[in-house]
Design a binder for this molecule. Structure first.
Ligand code: NDP
Length: 247
C-alpha cells in the first residue's frame, strides 16, 4: 500500500538507508530532511533520480526550523503523512555523569529528546489527515535504565532515556486518536556515529563489545527494522522498547 513518509536526518547513515529503501516502491512518497541541504550531495543525487523523494531543510535544534519543515511538507504532500520517522540524533564525546558539562547535557537533550517531541507536535496536523498515524523513533539501547554497559554514554544515554519516556507517554496520550508509536534500537550500526563510537573504545572493551553485538551496515539495520517493526507498527505498537529484530 502506498504511503507518505517523513524522515529526519535522511542525508546519511540510518536515515539515508530508510530513504533509499522506502523510495524503492515508486508509489510511496518520501519527504527526506537534511540539516544542510546544500551539502547533502548523496541525498540530492538520489532525489534527482527518484521523483517520489522530496527534500526539506530541518534542524531539530531549532523550533522555527521544525515549524518551517512541517509547513513545507504540507505544501509537498497536501494529502498528509502516513508515517513520521524521527531518526536524527547526535552522540558526542562523553565522560562520566559528573564529568560531563551542562552544555553537553543540554545539547544532547535538545536534539535527541526535545527534537522528536517537536517533530510530533509540528507534524501532528499532517498525520491527523490520514488513518495510518504511525510514528517511529530511533532510540538506543543505552537509553535503557536496566542496561549496564562497560563505558559511559552520559549525555547521549540520558537524552535517549528521555526520548523513551516521551514516546511511552505519547503512546498513552494519543492511542485514543488512533496513533501508534514505536521506539526502536537499530542495533550497533556502522554509520558515522557507530564507527566513531566503536573507534573511541579501548581495544579490550571493543573486542568484548563486538563479540556480543554484531556491527550492522545501515542497510542491514533498516531492512530488519522495516520487516520486524515498521511493517507491523500498529500491531507492534505498545509501551515497549523494541530492538531492530522485533524483540
Ligand atoms: P549519523 O551520525 O550517521 O547520522 C545522524 C543524522 O542525524 C545525520 O543526518 C545528521 O545530519 C542528523 N542530525 C544531527 N543533528 C541534527 C539536528 N540538530 N537536526 C536535524 N538533523 C540532525 O548517525 P546514525 O545514522 O547512526 O544515527 C541515526 C539514529 O540512530 C540516531 O538517532 C542515533 O542516536 C541512533 N542510533 C545509532 C546507533 C549506531 O550504532 N549508529 C545505535 C543506536 C542508536 P548532519 O549530516 O547535518 O549532521
Amino acid at each position: 500500500m502506498s504511503k507518505a513518509y517523513f524522515i529526519s536526518g535522511a542525508n546519511r547513515g540510518i536515515g539515508f538507508s530508510f530513504m533509499k529503501s522506502l523510495s524503492a516502491d515508486a508509489t510511496n512518497t518520501i519527504v527526506a530532511s537534511a540539516r544542510n541541504v546544500e551539502t547533502a550531495t548523496k541525498l540530492k543525487e538520489w532525489a534527482n533520480a527518484h521523483s517520489n523523494v522530496k527534500i526539506v531543510q530541518l534542524d531539530v535544534a531549532s523550533a522555527e526550523s521544525v515549524e518551517a519543515a512541517a509547513k513545507k511538507t504540507l505544501e509537498l504532500v497536501p494529502e498528509g503523512l502516513d508515517v513520521l520517522i524521527s531518526n536524527a540524533g547526535i552522540a558526542k564525546a562523553s565522560g562520566t555523569i559528573l564529568e560531563l558539562s551542562d552544555d553537553s547535557y543540554l545539547e544532547h537533550y535538545v536534539v535527541n529528546t526535545l527534537g522528536p517531541i517537536r517533530l510530533v507536535k509540528a507534524f501532528k496536523s499532517l498525520l491527523d489527515n490520514k488513518s495510518s498515524k504511525e510514528v517511529l523513533a530511533i532510540t538506543s539501547i543505552v537509553g535503557s535504565v536496566g542496561m549496564v554497559l562497560p563505558f559511559s554514554t552520559s549525555g547521549y544515554g540520558l537524552s535517549k532515556a528521555g526520548l523513551n519516556y516521551a514516546f511511552r507517554q505519547l503512546q498513552q496520550e494519543l492511542t485514543s486518536e488512533g496513533y501508534s508509536f514505536a521506539i526502536v534500537h537499530p542495533g550497533l550500526v556502522g554509520s558515522d556515529m557507530g564507527n566513531e563510537f566503536v573507534g573511541s573504545l579501548d581495544s579490550e572493551t571493543r573486542e568484548q563489545f563486538l563479540s556480543t553485538l554484531p556491527l550492522l551496515t545501515p542497510d542491514e539495520s533498516v531492512s530488519a527494522i522495516t520487516k520486524n517493526v515498521l511493517a507491523e507498527l500498529k500491531a507492534k505498537s505498545s509501551r515497549k522498547f523494541l530492538s531492530y529484530d522485533g524483540s
